[in-house]
Every structure is written in structure tokens, then in C-alpha cells.
Design a protein around this ligand. Structure first.
Ligand code: FAD
Length: 469
């Protein structure tokens, strides 16, 4: 028989359950990718992330060739085109089965359901796997059988549940006896525009990715809890793993992260390590997306909170935020880091998101969309979760309205002002320390004056939230 494996955000040969299933016997296997630029654009897929996706896929091709796994490339426009095109291809190749790994946002699930129906109509079966998660959605539930609404009890239940899903990393499948067709070339730009990203910071290929993971768990994970909140200027010195772009395109699976953490760590308490905790956050946001389909339609998790906030249509303020010209050094430096590298440190994501939604009172959806269009690790579930959390409309236990003071955050997490001076060269002449975090710092050298008065903006936000808009 011939089987098809539809590759999406699971660009790896190791620990890829859909691929392993397709290769379970001596069947011939054909890989297929669907290029859907119109839908990618509508979803705000960044050129950086698609560039990484493209390069990672390309890096797998020599090994695919060796394994006799040819790649077919379907040039389409929209998700809706996938069903007829895959049904045609399956018929053309005489395929009996299509295998893929689930994606959880609603549009992706609808696309996949349509594909399965179209294939069924032509007598081809489909099989899907949860390769993107350690524990599948719907398997971590409250005592009443519902989804958790806040993180901490979810995390505890997830740790208890792990024993039932604790399977080893799946090795790369063995070579097929023959390739049933030739590979098609992957276009340089994926039909999606000129792809450009910092290849120096984000190398691709299974070897590079596993080296990054191994170096992190061998040398840096012990210091993670202490260093994770302090952004660095040198990417290699970052306290966090910087693996998110690879997890986002599936060059790496969360199970591989978990396995590496355990293999390299003699801490018997690995289950409670703070790094694993972040991976569990990633699982939490995906489980939420499946349990609450409205989230995929950008509905807030807590509509009663959003109802109290009156979003401002302040385009100049939003544009200043986008360009990193608010006059608040830590906010602006963070935005410059995003624009230049496609990545932003987690602490900074929280600071800039709080600034946009609380102090400028711009709708979180605009910030989330801007992030998706620029992030190299853009991930619908985590981005949505992060933005809803930051704007207090998300799955969060905090009963109060949290507003970060950007100056205080800067003083705390970039105490010498090294990070801000790296991204805002006008600040380099200012003595290292608190002076570099002052709103309006460097204005004599061309930095903007602060676009808001923090105290006033904070009070307006609180009044708005308390009075109900
Ligand atoms: P590490 O600290 O090394 O963590 C390991 C992995 O755990 C990460 O690679 C990531 O996959 C996961 N993770 C870590 N923190 C979180 C978190 N808070 N929520 C969910 N997963 C997490 N993450 C994305 O992957 N894509 C996004 O589009 C995204 N948008 C965000 C938007 C906002 C407003 C906020 C506040 C957070 C967002 N995050 C997003 C979460 C987090 O900032 C990044 O995952 C993290 O900075 C990635 O860096 P790292 O790989 O060094 O993380």
C-alpha cells in the first residue's frame, strides 16, 4: 500500500507519531505539504516563521531522500483548497491512508475535518495523532470532568496524569524499500513573499536543534529559575532556552524536551522544575483552545472583564508602540528586539502587552495580531493566551487588574540598563543604572518624549475598569 503523511507544524522525522504510524510496515510513504498563502496571510503568519518553516523542511530533504520518502508540494491558496487537492493526490498515487498530527486552532481543525471527509468519499482513510502535546486535550480534567479555568490546578493535575502518557521519544522510521514517485521542489519563498529572517540566530536542521536543546538542559537549566526573567543582549547568554521557534514549527516535540530534561538532570524533583512548568503552560493554552472554541474566534476567556474596558482607537499611540517609539526605554528596546530578531523575551512580552492594553488601552487583538506578524515563534494558542492574560481577560486567577509600571520593571529586570542601551544606542552615553530606564531618557539625542504620563494613564485605566467603561 501507499500512505500519505501530511506535514504541517511537525517538521521532524524523530518523534513524529503520524510519520511513524505511516511507516509501521513496509508500505511506501509519500510526504505532502500544502502551501496556502492566502490563509497564512489571513492568520497573520510572519515571514520569519514561514522562513524558518521553509528552511527546516528543506534541511530534512536529504534524509527524506535517503529514507525513500518523496515530498509532494501542493500549491494552493486557502485552507479550503486542501480537501480537493489532497483527495486528488491520494487517488493519483493510489494511497490508502492519510496520516497527520493534529493542530488545535478552530480553522485548522475545520480544514482537517473537511480533508478527512473528502478522502473518505474517495475511499481513503485518515488517522490523526497528538504529536504537538505530551498529554492530549481533554485528558487533564477537574474532578467534575471539566476543563480547568486557571493554570495552577491544571499544572498539578497534568503532573499527576503524566504517568499515563509517559512514553519514550519515537525514533526516526527506517528507510522505505522504494520511493513511489519523485520529489517536487520546494519554492524558495513558499509562494508567500520574500522570506527573510535572522538565520544567524535561528539555524535549522535536526542536529542544530537537538544541540540547542542538549546544551540548554546540560548547562543552563539549573539556573533557569534564577535567570529566566532577565533579558540578555547576547542571545547565547539568555537564561531561557530560546527553543520556542522550533517548538512552533515542530522541529522539536515537547516530549523530546521532557526526555532531554530528565536524561540530563539528576534532580529527582524534575517534575516540578520551573522549565517543565513553562512547557505545561504551553499545553494548558492548547487544551483551553480545544475546550473553548470561542477562543479561536478571538472571544475573551472572561467576557465580563472585557465588558468593563473601553478600548481606545488611538492609532498614533499604537503605531508608536509598534515602532518602539513610546519613550519608555524597556518597552521600546523590547519592540526593537522583536523587529530585529523575530523573538522577544517573555518578561518583555508581558511588559509591552501590559503597556499596550492597560496604559494605552488598545484592544489586545491588535497587539496579538502585530506579534503574530513579527514573531518567529508565533503560535496561535500561546500568543492568544499571553495576550488575554496580559490584558486581564484571560484564564488567570488574579482577581485584580494588574498594571506593570514599565520604569520599575526595567529597573528590576535590566538593572544596569545594558539591554535598553543595546537596542537604543542613544542611551549608551547615559550612566549604567536607573537613569537609563527613565521615561524620555535620551530625548536630547533623538529618543522620543514619553507618549503618556504613566500615573495618569494608570489611574484612567483603573477608573475605566472599575466604573465599567
Ligand atoms: P523557555 O522559557 O525556555 O520555555 C520553554 C518553552 O515553553 C518555550 O519554548 C515555549 O514553547 C513554552 N513556554 C514558555 N513560556 C510560555 C508561556 N508563558 N506560555 C506558553 N508557552 C510557554 N510563546 C510562543 O511560543 N509563541 C507565541 O506566539 C507567544 N506569544 C506570547 C505573547 C505574550 C503577550 C506573552 C506574554 C507570551 C507569549 N508566549 C509565546 C510565551 C513565551 O513568551 C514564549 O514561549 C517564550 O518567551 C519563548 O522563549 P523560550 O523558548 O526561551 O522559553
Amino acid at each position: 500500500p501507499v500512505r500519505l503523511v501530511w506535514l504541517r507544524n511537525d517538521l521532524r522525522l524523530t518523534d513524529n507519531p503520524a510519520l511513524t504510524h505511516a511507516c509501521r510496515d513496509d508500505a511506501a510513504v509519500v510526504l505532502v505539504v500544502t502551501l496556502t498563502p492566502e490563509s497564512w496571510h489571513a492568520h497573520g503568519e510572519s515571514l520569519a516563521r514561514m522562513g524558518l518553516w521553509n528552511d527546516q523542511l528543506r534541511s530534512l530533504l536529504p534524509e527524506c531522500e535517503r529514507l525513500n520518502l518523496p515530498l509532494r508540494v501542493l500549491h494552493l491558496q486557502r485552507f479550503a483548497d486542501c480537501a480537493p487537492a489532497l483527495a486528488d493526490l491520494a487517488q493519483q498515487l493510489g494511497a490508502a491512508e492519510l496520516c497527520f498530527n493534529y493542530e488545535y486552532p478552530l480553522n485548522e481543525r475545520n480544514r482537517d475535518a473537511a480533508v478527512c471527509r473528502a478522502l473518505e468519499r474517495v475511499g481513503v482513510s485518515s488517522r490523526a495523532f497528538h504529536g504537538e502535546l505530551i498529554i492530549p486535550p481533554g485528558q487533564v480534567l477537574t474532578g467534575q470532568g471539566g476543563m480547568f479555568k486557571v493554570y495552577t490546578p491544571f499544572g498539578n493535575a497534568w503532573r499527576r496524569r503524566l504517568i499515563d502518557f509517559d512514553s519514550p521519544v519515537i525514533p526516526c522510521p527506517s528507510a522505505r524499500r522504494r520511493a513511489v514517485c519523485a520529489s517536487e521542489p520546494l519554492p524558495a519563498d513558499l509562494d508567500y513573499g520574500a522570506i527573510r529572517y535572522r538565520r544567524d540566530i535561528w539555524p535549522v536542521g535536526e542536529a542544530h536543534v537537538s544541540e540547542r536543546l542538549n546544551t540548554f538542559v546540560q548547562e543552563r537549566v539549573q539556573d533557569y529559575a534564577r535567570k529566566r526573567d532577565f533579558p540578555q543582549t547576547d542571545p547565547a547568554g539568555e537564561g531561557t532556552s530560546r527553543l520556542s521557534p522550533y517548538l512552533s514549527i515542530g522541529a522539536l516535540s515537547p516530549r523530546q524536551c521532557l526526555a532531554a530534561l530528565r536524561a540530563e538532570n539528576d534532580d529527582p524533583d524534575w517534575l516540578h522544575s520551573s522549565w517543565l512548568n513553562e512547557l505545561i503552560w504551553r499545553e494548558f493554552y492548547r487544551h483551553l483552545l480545544v475546550a473553548y472554541p470561542g477562543l479561536s474566534r478571538l472571544e475573551p476567556f472572561r467576557p465580563e472583564v472585557e465588558a468593563r474596558i473601553s478600548w481606545q482607537q488611538d492609532d498614533p499611540a499604537f503605531q508608536a508602540w509598534c515602532r518602539g517609539e513610546t519613550g519608555f526605554p524597556i518597552v521600546d528596546a523590547a519592540m526593537k528586539q522583536l523587529l530585529d530578531t523575530g523573538w522577544m523575551h517573555n518578561r518583555l512580552r508581558m511588559i509591552v502587552a501590559s503597556f499596550l492594553t492597560k496604559l494605552l488601552r488598545v484592544d489586545w487583538r491588535l497587539g496579538a495580531d502585530f506579534f503574530m506578524r513579527h514573531l518567529i515563534d508565533g503560535d496561535f494558542a500561546s500568543n492568544l493566551g499571553g495576550w488575554q492574560w496580559s490584558s486581564s481577560v484571560g484564564a488567570d486567577a488574579a482577581p485584580y487588574f494588574r498594571i506593570f509600571n514599565p520604569q520599575v520593571q526595567g529597573e528590576k529586570f535590566d538593572p544596569n540598563g545594558t539591554f535598553v542601551a543595546h537596542w537604543l544606542p542613544e542611551l549608551r552615553d547615559i550612566e549604567p543604572g536607573k537613569a537609563r530606564q527613565r521615561p524620555g531618557a535620551g530625548s536630547a539625542r533623538g529618543r522620543p518624549e514619553p507618549i503618556i504620563d504613566y500615573k495618569q494613564a494608570r489611574q484612567t485605566a483603573l477608573d475605566d475598569y472599575q466604573s465599567g467603561g
